[in-house]
Design a binder for this molecule. Structure first.
Ligand code: TMP
Length: 227
């Protein structure tokens, strides 16, 4: 049986990377996951991220984000580089892992391109949807968790943690448009998207995430099939 594909999304500094690790650590112990384990061979959990989930992706990530990267990048070129990263990632990592029955937890996916390059940079949303379909070969997440945090709070956190990469350094208005993008996506496509309030402690946010994932686990693997 194919594994499940869960994505964490949100603005800079919303805590997705920490939460991804916490989810990977706590999910195997959750009651619903334990029950699924009794129906299926133990599904291994793989964590990954975009950009940068493959060897090519690591190089693209450096070009796209690194503070030392002196390359100037046009918004359309930026869009295509994220799409190239995704095509390689889906083909080499995500799809094979899901086919093996792994669960894949990924830090960012298609919603980031819609939010950053679409709402943020102002590129055509229909075109991005098409490009996402090309890059993913039609693969969509089973669940996207949007970690909602006010932009100013997230940027302050992100800037405390590091010097600020190329996108973090963009102006506040850009990040506000990105936030509006995530908000709009959550409203437009509520199926398989959940909003998580991310301004609590990491433990509280992790518990909120786990309880949402448990609800989806109940839907994906209904109890009466367990017996
Ligand atoms: P992060 O992994 O630290 O969140 O950094 C990734 C950066 O790349 C973040 O600023 C969001 C940006 N990004 C896009 O602009 N478009 C995309 O499609 C993806 C995946 C990320």
């Amino acid at each position: 049986m194919a594994g499940k594909f869960i994505v964490l999304e949100g603005v800079e500094g919303c805590g997705k990377s920490t939460q991804l690790q916490l989810l990977a650590r706590h999910l195997p112990a959750s009651q619903s996951f334990q029950r699924v384990r009794r129906q299926l061979p133990t599904p291994p959990i793989l964590t990954s991220r975009e950009p940068g989930g493959t060897d090519l992706g690591v190089r693209l990530r450096h070009l796209l984000l690194h503070q030392d990267s002196q390359v100037s990048i046009d918004p359309r070129a930026e869009l295509l580089l994220y799409a190239a990263d995704r095509a390689q990632h889906v083909d080499q990592v995500i799809k094979p892992a899901l086919d093996r029955g792994c669960w894949v937890l990924c830090d960012r996916f298609i919603d980031s391109t819609l939010a950053y390059q679409g709402y943020g940079r102002g590129l055509d949303l229909d075109l991005i949807h098409q490009l996402n379909r090309l890059a993913t070969a039609g693969l969509a997440p089973d669940l996207t968790l949007w970690l909602q945090l006010p932009v100013e709070q997230g940027l302050a956190r992100a800037r405390q943690q590091g010097g600020g990469d190329r996108i973090e350094r963009a102006d506040l208005a850009f990040h506000r448009r990105v936030q509006h993008g995530f908000e709009t996506l959550a409203q437009q496509y509520p199926q398989n998207r959940a909003r998580i309030e991310a301004n609590g402690s990491p433990t509280a946010v992790s518990a909120a995430i786990l309880s949402v994932v448990e609800i989806y686990l109940e839907q994906w693997y209904p109890k009466d099939l367990a017996t």
